[in-house]
Design a protein around this ligand. Structure first.
Ligand code: MF3
Ligand code: CO
Length: 251
C-alpha cells in the first residue's frame, strides 16, 4: 500500500523536509580541507535537535550517526569518523529529520576545495539526472518513467547508475512504498497519484555500477574504486508540477 498524504500530512512533511534541507545546506557549507566527517555529523545532529526534530538515521537499523558522509569512491552510507577531508575530495552528505510524525530525506555531493573537472562533471550530471527524472513525476505517469529518465541521462553522459540501492517512498516511515529505482524501462511500476511523497535519489558512478559493502555492513564503495556521487530530494506528487519538499529558504 502506497501512503497518500492529505493536506494536513503534507504540511507536516513540508516542515520535516525544510529542516532536513537546512541540515544538508549547513553540512555542505562545512565541507573544506581539514574538517573531519565527524565534525560535520555533529553539526547536523545538533541543528536537527535544535529544531525540535530527531535525526532519522541515528539508530535506524543500528546506524550509528545522524548523517551519512561518503567520500570519493564511497557511494552511500559512509559512517562519519575522524577522516580529515582533503582538497579535491568529493563528499556526499545524506541527512534525514523526523518531526510531527514525518521524515524528510535528502542528499547532495559537495566539492572540497578545488576538484578535477571530471569530478565536477560527475556531480553536475548526478544532480541534473534528478531533475530529468522528476520531470516525469506527474500524476498518471508510472514510477519507472522517472527511473528511465534518470538512467538515460546518466548513461548518455558516460556514467552509470547504481542498481543495488534505490529511491523510495518517504513519510511516516523513512522507507515506504513505492520503490523508486534509478534504472529500468518506462511504463512500469505503480501509477503516480497526488499526495504520494517519494525520495528520488540517483547514485551515479564514474565507472562500473557495481558496488561492494565493507565489513562494517554500511559503507558502500564502488567495485572499481572510481568516484561516485549522490543527489536526493523528497518530492510531492501534485495535480501539476512535482513539488520538491526538501528546499532551503534563506540559506
Ligand atoms: N537516505 C538514505 C536512504 O534513502 C538513508 C540512509 S540509511 C541509514 O536510504 F540507515 F543511514 F539511515
Ligand atoms: Co533516501
Amino acid at each position: 500500500m502506497i501512503p497518500i498524504k492529505n493536506e494536513r500530512e503534507i504540511c507536516l512533511m513540508r516542515r520535516a523536509c525544510r529542516i532536513t534541507a537546512a541540515a544538508r545546506a549547513l553540512a555542505g557549507e562545512m565541507v573544506r580541507p581539514g574538517v573531519t566527517t565527524k565534525q560535520i555529523d555533529k553539526a547536523v545532529h545538533d541543528y536537527i535537535v535544535s529544531q525540535g526534530a530527531t535525526p532519522s538515521f541515528l539508530n535506524y537499523n543500528g546506524y550509528p550517526a545522524s548523517a551519512c558522509i561518503s567520500v570519493n569512491n564511497t557511494v552511500i552510507h559512509g559512517i562519519p569518523d575522524g577522516r580529515v577531508l582533503q582538497e579535491g575530495d568529493i563528499v556526499s552528505i545524506d541527512v534525514g529529520a523526523y518531526i510531527g510524525g514525518f521524515h524528510g530525506d535528502c542528499a547532495a555531493t559537495f566539492a572540497c576545495g578545488e576538484i578535477s573537472p571530471e569530478a565536477q562533471r560527475l556531480i553536475d550530471v548526478t544532480r541534473q539526472s534528478f531533475y530529468e527524472g522528476i520531470a516525469h513525476a506527474r500524476k498518471g505517469n508510472r514510477v519507472s518513467d522517472i527511473s528511465h529518465a534518470v538512467q538515460s541521462y546518466v548513461e548518455a553522459n558516460g556514467f552509470s547508475v547504481v542498481r543495488a540501492f534505490i529511491g523510495h517512498g518517504v513519510g511516516a516511515n523513512l522507507h515506504e512504498e513505492p520503490e523508486v529505482p534509478n534504472f529500468g524501462k518506462p511504463g512500469r511500476g505503480p501509477r503516480l497519484i497526488p499526495g504520494m511523497t517519494i525520495a528520488v535519489e540517483p547514485m551515479v558512478n564514474a565507472g562500473t555500477y557495481d558496488v561492494r559493502v565493507l565489513r562494517d555492513n554500511w559503507t558502500t564503495v564502488t567495485a572499481d574504486g572510481k568516484l561516485s556521487a549522490h543527489y536526493e530530494n523528497t518530492v510531492l506528487i501534485t495535480d501539476g508540477e512535482p513539488e520538491i519538499l526538501t528546499v532551503t529558504e534563506g540559506l
